[in-house]
Design a protein around this ligand. Structure first.
Ligand SMILES: NC(=O)c1ccc[n+]([C@@H]2O[C@H](COP(=O)([O-])OP(=O)(O)OC[C@H]3O[C@@H](n4cnc5c(N)ncnc54)[C@H](OP(=O)(O)O)[C@@H]3O)[C@@H](O)[C@H]2O)c1
Length: 275
């Protein structure tokens, strides 16, 4: 099927096969954007793409890519260029987390997460930002986490990786602003994307109540990006937590987060994966 796509902006979304990435795709499609959807599970991307094409009459390209392989990231960028597509909005969202004691979890898990959340995110940003810099226009959203603000027991590597994303994004925001590019970092709190389930986090009734749905998180990220903000923490309870982290001593907020993000049982500390 072919759609009229002249003058329509293109958004490239990583991690679009579920959770926030899928919701970014839905919201940008509803605004009439053409989309490049990237993740490993191509079947899920294909079915999302066909539903968005028929609902919003937008062009959607599916790219089944393992972003933790940097050569694949380069090839993705090359394919997009060869198609003559100009990416106006980059949503750097794909993320992978490992929950558990640092020593108990395997080294491969820890390094795999560093590879995706840090190295790949940096490579994707570098390649697509170069094109934006040449045109002196573009928007980049980096998905970090509320945990970027705090060191979290049993989430040591994940929280540190997200701290990298936040600091990286904040620095790029200043660096690229003068060249006409907006860089915004989104820092969601625990949200209803299957994250807690995969991470085997004990979700108390209170925590469940505070968990945000993907729709308002994504809406808040897009709004902040369009407003040219440096970063955003979506939702009042998360904003309150960010304020609490800023205003309280480390021993206190670290203890609170260790409790809130506790695994279901001690024996589960070894294997929980989250994105
Ligand atoms: N939900 C939360 O509570 C929460 C809170 C703060 C921050 N975040 C961040 O939000 C982002 C999205 O997570 P989510 O909550 O939406 O979880 P999700 O539903 O599990 O989505 C993660 C996405 O990343 C993709 N992905 C994972 N590894 C990949 C790889 N090697 N190559 C390409 N794509 C890969 C997955 O697709 P495939 O498996 O198909 O490849 C999936 O589309 C992550 O960066 C996460 O750290 C989430």
């Amino acid at each position: 099927m072919h759609f009229r796509t002249e003058n329509r902006p293109w958004a490239l979304i990583t991690g679009a096969s579920s959770g926030f990435g899928e919701e970014f795709a839905r919201q940008y499609a509803s605004q009439g954007c053409s989309l490049v959807l990237v993740a490993r599970r191509k079947d899920r991307l294909e079915s999302l793409a066909s539903s968005l094409r028929s609902k919003h009459q937008v062009e959607v390209i599916v790219e089944g890519v393992d972003l933790s392989d940097l050569e694949s990231v380069r090839q993705l960028h090359q394919r997009v260029r060869e198609r003559g597509i100009t990416i106006d909005v980059l949503i750097n969202n794909a993320g992978y987390g490992v929950h558990g004691g640092f020593q108990e979890a395997g080294l491969n898990d820890a390094l795999g997460m560093v590879q995706l959340d840090i190295a790949s995110l940096t490579a994707v940003t570098h390649l697509f930002a170069a094109d934006m810099l040449a045109r002196r226009s573009g928007k980049i959203l980096l998905v970090s986490s509320l945990l970027a603000h705090v060191a979290v027991e049993s989430f040591a590597v994940y929280a540190a990786a997200k701290a990298y994303v936040l600091r990286f994004g904040e620095a790029l925001h200043r660096e690229m602003k003068r060249d006409g590019i907006t860089v915004t970092t989104l820092c969601p709190g625990l949200s209803d994307t299957g994250f807690a389930e995969a991470a085997q986090i004990q979700v108390s009734p209170l925590l469940k109540l505070l968990m945000m749905k993907p729709q308002p998180v994504v809406k808040s990220g897009i709004r902040a990006l369009n407003a040219g903000r440096i970063s955003v923490v979506p939702g009042l309870p998360n904003k309150f937590m960010a304020l609490f982290i800023w205003a309280s001593p480390r021993w206190l907020h670290q203890a609170v987060f260790a409790k809130v993000m506790s695994p279901k049982t001690k024996s589960n500390l070894q294997g929980g994966k989250a994105s």
